[in-house]
Design a binder for this molecule. Structure first.
Ligand code: FAD
Ligand code: DHB
Length: 390
């Protein structure tokens, strides 16, 4: 089998790229290791930047998002119970869309099923080769049979643990990494959200986040030590800890229940450079990871594939390699800007026992600066809603 672009991975990056290429008449095949249900079962991001929501509309998968998603004009920060609203609409004239990654993925999968564009689920032992030239090859097994897919280009959209980045020779890639000594314990519960907007809370017991998926489904997180297990956290322990980290009025309004999902995600900052190796391109979590505090992972993935799709369209339509040649630099510029913001939000809002009383005073000074300075709030709002280079 031969295609123009082989897309490895059917997460948000792979599915969005597939849709963008389909719209431009470029042939692509998506190869995914897991089943569609497994991919949809992963509870991850919840906030879309305005430009991500716009892109989903442009590619014809925005209808349900516009019905069921919730536009937020601001969010709240809480520092040891002191509340500060960041008013995106007033500060920067932008908004974000609260709409879960699961739903984005479902909409993209449904669109692909409807159009009949090729996607292979449950592909085992996916391998990529010969990507230094123009005749890349992807091999995989399915139902005991081995398949070979030749492609002009390979898009590595297979997440942090995927095969694409791992296939690049070690001396051709440089990686930058920070692993944080904590994770997020997340709970999904069918109860109305505690507040109309998201609350990002710093507390000396640790970070907490109150988020939502709808008016009847809430998503809550608390910072836990990196070595903790979900089994260590009974439902009661989770709710008590969350309440302890919130402003007392908010804690009192919290509606608890039996979680429908509970999991721990580690926190990491990671960047690979460069992001193009001959005809192989890395996108999304395969290229970079941010700690989730700024709600950026999914948005970065969407940004990357937009740049890649433009480059590939330019290649096929105009026979120009300009977009392909600048892909890595363009994506890395956005990546490092977003890495900085996610690192900063994480540093402001979490507890770092090793940085001691000095570190805590600096965090408080950072929060007080946000309270006092519209410019500081504007900078946060600009980054949170998605910085766009003029
Ligand atoms: P992924 O969503 O990881 O998709 C990659 C796909 O490739 C997967 O479907 C995978 O099965 C497939 N794949 C992997 N290996 C292979 C292979 N060898 N062959 C074929 N297919 C393969 N971001 C936020 O903004 N907020 C959050 O709260 C948040 N929580 C997260 C929690 C967890 C546990 C994780 C892991 C991430 C979280 N993120 C969050 C980040 C966000 O979900 C990611 O940035 C986003 O999913 C990136 O999309 P992607 O398509 O690049 O990668
Ligand atoms: C959610 C996750 C985030 O990382 C974030 O910053 C905001 C919301 C969520 O899962 O709802």
């Amino acid at each position: 089998m031969r295609t123009q672009v082989a897309i490895i991975g059917a997460g948000p990056a792979g599915l969005t790229l597939g849709r963008l290429l389909e719209g431009a008449g470029i042939d692509a095949v998506i190869i995914e290791r897991r089943s569609a249900d497994y991919v949809l079962g992963r509870i991850r991001a919840g906030v879309l930047e305005q430009s991500s929501a716009e892109l989903l509309r442009e590619i014809g998968v925005g209808e349900r998002m516009d019905c069921e998603g919730i536009i937020h004009e601001g969010c709240e920060l809480s520092f040891d119970g002191d509340m500060l609203r960041i008013d995106f609409a007033d500060l920067i004239d932008r908004t974000v869309m609260v709409y879960g990654q699961t739903e984005v993925t479902r909409d993209l999968m449904d669109a692909r099923t409807k159009s009949g564009a090729k996607i292979v689920y449950e592909a085992e032992n996916v391998e990529i080769s010969d990507f230094s030239g123009k005749n890349s090859v992807v091999t995989y097994q399915k139902n005991g049979e081995t398949f070979r897919l030749a492609a002009d280009f390979i898009a590595g959209c297979d997440g942090f643990h995927g095969v694409s980045r791992a296939s690049v020779p070690a001396d051709a890639i440089k990686t930058f990494e920070r692993i944080y000594p904590f994770g997020w314990l997340g709970v999904l519960v069918d109860q109305p959200p505690v507040a109309e907007e998201l609350i990002y809370a710093h507390h000396h017991r640790g970070f907490a986040l109150c988020s939502m998926r709808s008016q009847t489904r809430s998503r809550y997180y608390v910072q836990v030590n990196a070595d903790e297990k979900v089994e260590d956290w009974s439902d009661d322990r989770f709710w008590d800890e969350l309440r302890a980290r919130l402003n007392p009025d908010v804690a009192e309004a919290l509606k608890t229940g039996i979680p429908i999902e509970k999991s721990i995600a580690p926190l990491r900052s990671f960047v690979a450079e460069p992001l193009r190796f001959g005809s192989l391109f890395l996108t999304g979590d395969a290229a970079h990871i941010v700690p989730p505090t700024g709600a950026k992972g999914l948005n970065m993935a969407i940004h990357d594939v937009k740049v890649l799709a433009e480059a590939l369209i330019e290649h096929y339509d105009e026979k120009s390699s300009a977009g392909i040649d600048t892909y890595s630099a363009r994506v890395l510029e956005n990546t490092w800007r977003t890495e900085r913001f996610s690192w900063w939000m994480t540093t402001l809002l979490h507890t770092f026992p090793e940085s001691g009383d000095f570190g805590r005073r600096i965090q408080r000074a950072d929060f007080d600066y946000l309270v006092a300075s519209r410019i500081a709030r504007q900078s946060l709002a600009e980054n949170y809603t998605g910085f766009e280079k003029p």
